[in-house]
Design a protein around this ligand. Structure first.
Ligand code: AHR
Length: 333
């Protein structure tokens, strides 16, 4: 797949949105000043992946709140984790002649045709959260989202931190996100890369998708515990799967966070609560609050700006149990 690193413009990219926003000419200001009449409201068609996780709920809220705050007319649709629904939504936005299209792609492949249709209709496309693998990078203007491979690496380093002083083998289980999605592919890659250079007695003994859902995490972890009772560490690629796995671990009579060390990604409210309870050991944050950056970028591309950074990266932090109680009241999602 397209390696996001190729487009890395550094942390300046994050700061760039704010600065660019300041000099951006929106549709509103352009038409108001040139016609002297009422400002034209920018219409943004947004296709959300689904509502699979707490992260996704926070991301949806952020997009809706930011659109309202920016005075943008948001057409929102939920694809229920199905690519065909996202393609249908994008085609509908093209038919409606929206000013800008944005979507968070459920998987990385299979987007060339519909994105060519958007390009032919001269509607700019902004990716949020997840990347796509397309033959022609000009099919989208920019990606606003996290470095998932780095998140996988950070999660692996957190696991090393959590297992400091551990004696004996480490038998790791991994709950992967939605198969074929950018975060699942890249977190798996980043985590494996660090693990390969770690203690040779540490092994990923079992890995399977839990589809980023709490129920998926619970069911798959229950099966893992049956087939691999030796598991003593878990990397869950999001908090929701970790929370489901915790239920399965407790049902199996084991103590999450103690008998089985757990590291996850996201940092949603419930994940932080589980950390304060000692059930999740550490979290590599993935920030879902992308709405304001998306609205800034939408205004800029609607005003004709084409040279936004190809990847506007999200800033994130790592958290361990000892930081959880102090950080919890400050969490925004
Ligand atoms: O694409 C971001 C991922 O999607 C989040 O980590 C996960 O919780 C969500 O469903």
């Amino acid at each position: 797949m397209l390696n996001r690193r190729h487009f890395l413009t550094g942390t300046a990219a994050v700061a760039a949105t704010g600065a660019l926003a300041a000099c951006a000419k929106t549709n509103n200001t352009t038409s108001a000043s040139s016609t002297g009449g009422a400002a034209k409201t920018l219409t943004l068609g947004f296709s959300q992946v689904g509502s699979e996780s707490g992260w996704r709920a926070a991301n949806t809220q952020s997009v809706k709140d930011a659109a309202a705050a920016a005075g943008i007319n948001l057409k929102f649709s939920d694809a229920e984790q199905k690519q065909e629904n996202q393609i249908a939504a994008i085609r509908s936005y093209i038919q409606q002649k929206v000013d800008v299209i944005s979507f968070s792609p459920v998987v990385v492949t299979g987007w060339d045709t519909v994105l060519q249709e958007a390009k032919a209709a001269k509607i700019p496309v902004i990716l949020t959260d997840r990347s796509v693998d397309v033959s022609d990078p000009s099919l989208y203007v920019t990606l606003i989202g996290s470095d998932f491979e780095a998140e996988g690496e950070r999660a692996a380093h957190l696991m090393e931190h959590v297992l400091q002083g551990h004696t004996g083998p480490v038998n790791l289980a991994q709950l992967e996100g939605t198969t074929g999605s950018a975060p699942a592919i890249d977190r798996t890659k980043g985590f494996a890369k660090v693990m390969a250079a770690s203690d040779p007695t540490w092994k990923i003994v079992v890995t399977q998708t839990g589809n980023f859902t709490r129920d998926g995490g619970k069911q798959v972890m229950a099966a893992f515990l049956q087939s691999h009772p030796e598991i003593n560490a878990l990397f869950a690629q999001n908090d929701d799967m970790a929370l489901g796995a915790i239920q399965a671990i407790e049902a199996a009579g084991k103590k999450p966070g103690v008998d089985i060390k757990i590291v996850s990604c996201d940092g949603v409210h419930d994940g932080f609560v589980a950390m304060t309870q000692g059930k999740i050991n550490a979290i590599a944050e993935c920030n879902p609050l992308l709405g304001p950056q998306l609205m800034d970028a939408a205004k800029q591309v609607a005003a004709g700006k084409t040279d936004l950074p190809k990847w506007i990266k999200t800033k994130e932090s790592d958290f361990t149990q000892d930081q959880a109680a102090a950080a919890l009241p400050t969490r925004k999602y």
